[in-house]
Design a protein around this ligand. Sequence first.
Ligand SMILES: [Zn+2]
Ligand SMILES: [Zn+2]
Length: 631
Amino acid sequence: MDVAKSISEGLARKVLAANINGEVWDASRPINDDASLKLLTWDDTEAKSTFWHSTAHLMAEAVESMFPGVKFWVGPAIDKGFYYDMDLGDRQMSEDDLAALEKKMAELAKQNNVYQRKAISKADAVQYFAEKGDEYKLDLLQNLNDGEITLYTQGGFTDLCRGPHIPNTGFIKAVKLTNVAGAYWKGDEKNKQLTRVYGVSFPAQKELDEYLAMLEEAKKRDHRKLGKELSIFTMDDDVGQGLPLWMPNGTIIIEELERLAKETESAAGYKRVVTPHIAKESMYLTSGHLPYYADSMFPPMELDGTKYYLKAMNCPHHHKIFDAEQKSYKDLPYRIAEYGTCYRYEQSGELFGLMRVRCLHMNDAHIYCSKEQFADEFRAVNDMYIKYFKIFGIDKYVMRLSLHDPAKLGQKYVNEPELWKETESMVRNVLIESNIPYVEVQDEAAFYGPKIDVQIWSAIGREFTLATNQVDFNSGNKFKLSYTNQHNAPEVPLIIHRAPLGTHERFIGFLLEHYAGKFPVWVAPLQVKILPISDKFMDYANTILQTLKKSDIRVEIDDRQEKIGRKIRDTEMLKVPYMLVVGEKEMNEGKVSIRRQGKGDLGSKALDEFVNEIVSEIKERRGEETAVASS
Ligand SMILES: [Zn+2]
Ligand SMILES: [Zn+2]
């Protein structure tokens, strides 16, 4: 905090915590040795979790004042907000209590109470919580060592906590307690059920308002709700949990996405392959999926004494294709792509609409290249992401680059110190040169190389993890892949795993929310609906239908005996991009009256003029406007 103040008072007012040598600390904690320092403000993820966790303490203080004698278990920050697990004895907390708690929290926050850190010996801590009769904190203390135990006090509330926290409660300007739920102690259903209160907080009321509005909008755009209304996909108990069935409308979207991927990949020099959905146990032992990944795979089926597994990844199959023929440096980079079907065993509690499923179709490809080719290949993969982001109107994205920890080479990470350094710096340079927003995370790489998670935000500002790109300098060795280099010596290729469009399941789930179901014309299941004002104009409507079909436009006629107003309303509900209203005037002049989803009446045009326009809109895959136009 002193450093922040020495820079400016304005900065000091915004500092929530500090990153010291990679660890998050209270901003007020003394720094006794030279250290690398980053001041953390609300924009930093680490600051947000510190803020939310500190709000959990504030909530605990409010709960204690309303429910004296309450005992607390743990109160961590989560993805968006925080929770605290508590034992209320024989009392109950209902949704109605939350408003009163929020009020109490606002009152306590205004007191600007400092989060005071105090190191304490284990004996003293045990004595303190034993006197309080708090068996939960005593349980936590069992696993802590002397010298690493701290208490934090703010206002009238003291908690066993390792921190860090924000400077004082005054930073918390807006709180929403969202939910009360039951949670078994330590997640074990044999244990007592505790009360878990969830909440979220912000440094300004405006941000909370925006967040709540976003949640409201997200509810309307829920991909499970829209998926049903628009007949995109369905689930059936007889088929099984987490196994979506793609209906005709969803299948059109899938085919359009695959067409886009095939065109793009073909232009970028990829070749397509097709591989079986199962493979023998031995291959997954080679790849290392077995035994380590066995829990995430479906159990094997046995045939003639051999075990076969449903594939959870396409990689090993692709490695076998690389290996099928002798390769020389002239064959590299060797890029093979497949919309591969994978099966993963997700716990039934983890399944969620299209977002977490047991069968997925992945926009997969593997690039086998030399070290010299790596940077260019990686750059080309990034360019492909950016191209897709433009097409889908994804304006906000971040690449999260996970790096290795040199201290863990040979254990957590494959022991190739030079390759790690080289590839990490190549990846970083490409990200910088391409002007791609990215963050670096230490010690989260994959075993076999640096990893890039791609995070995108939907039109309403919700975050999705789209896909992971990985650099792999281990599988080549495991599968004994090699090519002959310029000096006629065998060399192991580097491998890039990439899937810019993720899986159909997750990506279409994302698109449903992003577009609120109002797909751009090129990907919309039904592109045009013709609405004759009455039966008299059915012949003309049919002429239009035939003309549009000749240009491969997905079109239908609404031939019901309904008033035109009703026909328009129903078509709007189905979010069809174009409606063509035809009556006497249109028929006589060879025209169509055009209504555009989200824009209303566009006036009338000659039929061939409309056809030319829609064909180019589809060909160019235009659609940014619709992404922004929302409910
Ligand atoms: Zn804490
Ligand atoms: Zn792969």
